[in-house]
Design a protein around this ligand. Sequence first.
Ligand code: DAH
Length: 401
Amino acid sequence: MRSEGRTLRGAALPEWPPPGGSNRDGSHGCEPPEEDTGGPAATTGAALPTVALPPSAVTTAVSATITLQQLTDQLQALETEAAAAIGAAADPAELEQLRVDLLGKKGRLSGVLGAMGRLPGEERPQVGQRANVLKEQVQSLLGERLHQLQSSALADRIARETLDVTAPCRYVPPGHRHPLQATVEEILDIFAGLGYRVSEGPEVESDHYNFTALNIPPHHPARDMQDTFYLAPGADGGERLLRTHTSPVQIRHLEANPPPVRIVAPGRVYRRDAVDATHSPVFHQVEVLALDEGLDFSHLRGTVTTFLQRFFGDLPVRFRASYFPFTEPSAEVDVRWRGRWLEVMGCGMVDPAVLEGLGIDPERWSGFAAGLGVERFCMVRHGIDDIRRLYTSDLRFLEQF
Ligand code: DAH
């Protein structure tokens, strides 16, 4: 109907006077859409203007009729509908959509007000007043519902986030590191401070890495001192064993990383030893390797002494000549501890034969290696008399650390 009204006006009636005065008189601020204001909306039987219309415009105008009763009914229906819809809105977004649908520029109320222009002038204020009351009602319903939704959302959230401060707590006793692990970490820390990186290798090794590549060929007497546990051959048919020391990590690391290198390699090692107060078939070592240009025995001595003094305190350290197949010369290191010399590690300059086996030129690269038993360091440091205490998980013992 409104589009027909537009057609009417569009059909050239510029002089048409507003029928029966301005609709603004009784509108209380409710403004109908502009195209209806003062327009030739008098298409109802009540006030059909007596003016010569172009034939097309006249036929269009005939259907555009409305009565006061119809508009009042529409407002009444709108009120009922709006109240139900607002009451059923589930969230603020839905409410906002309702506000736009009901009160917005193109909303339902505007539609009714638009049609109001087609009423005789004296009837318009009634509709305008009614519309204004409705508008205020709808606004306050929207406001109330919004408030309701917000407070029930808040109540939900409070209920969800409630803490029962009276609930009994679950006691989880704080754990701590095993003394052996703490010792390993302390050793690695000291070497990290000297510029060393950590490298690791497998506990299941091949004969090649554990012995041969370290200059311990088959039948070499040094093998007797490190009898171990053998496993079924691997997929390649090669002999597999539990590594007897961490020295194979030297070989593995140099295969993958060309010198210069400075590494420490911690890990578990295995030997076929009978258990007693100082022996265990499984124990821990830390291996040290430095390979660079121009390294000599003074670097070995300086590094090992610095490390031992950081770990044990500023104690006398002594080097004794010894023998290892993979170092030349080799030495054992003792620390003066509580009035006696304690043997704590083996070391030496990397044997050129080991470097040649790796394709590294011993004329250019030289370096030193060292290996120590972690249990020994741990026992000396804490005054532990029996190595077995470190493996039996007795809390009376462990809780002292
Ligand atoms: N691998 C030797 C062992 O388990 C310890 C050792 C001695 C390691 C001298 C070294 C070294 O790197 O240079 O008995």
